[in-house]
Design a protein around this ligand. Structure first.
Ligand SMILES: [Mn+2]
Length: 297
């Protein structure tokens, strides 16, 4: 459509600048859902700008993926309008997210949600679990997020995975920051934790992570799970973490062996004028879509 305009148009705010005509949603196998939710951020705020900056950076992502040897965008990627919840309570906003996740999963769409703070993962997983009972959650994160509540708030981002465990078991990868009560709680919880300090002592750690997952998987990637050298744009950075290559190897094996039904990329806290982390997040979302539909054989 833009080619018909008598001016040079700005890239539309769709993922990868893909044009969306009539029937785009129906044809799309993949859906990008912007969720600029930010309520409980404890250190540096700004995750509500994550979806906008990921979409903006994605306009610079090549549709051709050199690793897969094809244009991932051919599967059909529809970008939904961002979720707005300015006057709603957190419970109401979460109920809306849960309904939306169940609607998308029920429609057979593979969705990737763009956060926003990590608390949004729990209602999305709950919605997906309504359609895919038995789904397990793969979390990449520096933080265990297993506090039962934080500052009196059970819906805090610091409790994100504790709430997730109420609807699905989890496998947590790259963990390198948690409290003593969280560490003490882990043996009694339906989760398997791969700590960053020792997970590479086993050269087969990626296989062990994948073996710990069920057949259907929801992937949640808190960008602070990555090495802050490549991902400084996050509110609670931690030294250590996964490299870009490690994360891709992990996702490649998960998609080869399991069915990934939905995903989210959360906690990007964009740094004004510094686009590399935003571009990394955009490329990660594109890889999450590519691996899902063109898994390794
Ligand atoms: Mn985190």
């Amino acid at each position: 459509m833009t080619s018909a305009l008598p001016y040079h148009a700005q890239p539309p705010s769709t993922f990868c600048g893909l044009e969306q005509g009539e029937g785009s949603f129906d044809r799309a196998k993949a859906v990008v859902l912007p969720v600029p939710f930010e309520r409980t951020t404890s250190y540096m705020p700004g995750t509500k700008n994550g979806p906008r900056e990921i979409l903006s950076a994605s306009s610079q992502v090549e549709w051709y993926d050199e690793e897969l040897g094809l244009e991932i965008a051919d599967v059909g990627i529809h970008t939904l309008p961002g979720m707005e919840s300015p006057f709603a309570s957190t419970d109401e906003a979460f109920a809306e997210m849960r309904r939306t996740a169940a609607w998308l999963a029920g429609a057979g769409k593979y969705f990737v949600a763009l956060g926003g703070e990590h608390a949004l993962t729990a209602p999305l997983v709950a919605g997906v679990a309504e359609v895919h009972p038995g789904v397990t959650v793969l979390q990449v994160d520096a933080h265990a997020d297993l506090r039962d509540s934080y500052m009196g708030d059970r819906n805090s981002h610091a409790s994100a995975m504790r709430r997730v465990l109420e609807s699905a078991p989890a496998v947590q990868v790259g963990i390198r920051n948690l409290s003593a009560p969280e560490a003490e709680a882990i043996p009694g919880l339906n989760t398997r934790v791969f700590y960053d300090w020792n997970m590479r002592q086993d050269p087969r750690w990626i296989e062990r992570v994948v073996e710990a997952l069920g057949e259907k998987v929801y992937v949640t990637i808190d960008v602070d799970g990555l090495d802050p050298a490549i991902m400084p744009a996050t509110g609670t950075p931690e030294p250590g973490g996964l490299s870009w290559r490690e994360l891709l190897q992990l996702l490649r094996l998960v998609t080869a062996r399991k069915t990934v039904v939905a995903a989210d990329v959360v906690e990007l806290c964009p740094i004004p004028g510094f686009v590399a982390p935003n571009f990394l997040a955009a490329r990660l979302v594109y890889k999450l879509i590519g691996y899902r539909f063109f898994p390794a054989r």
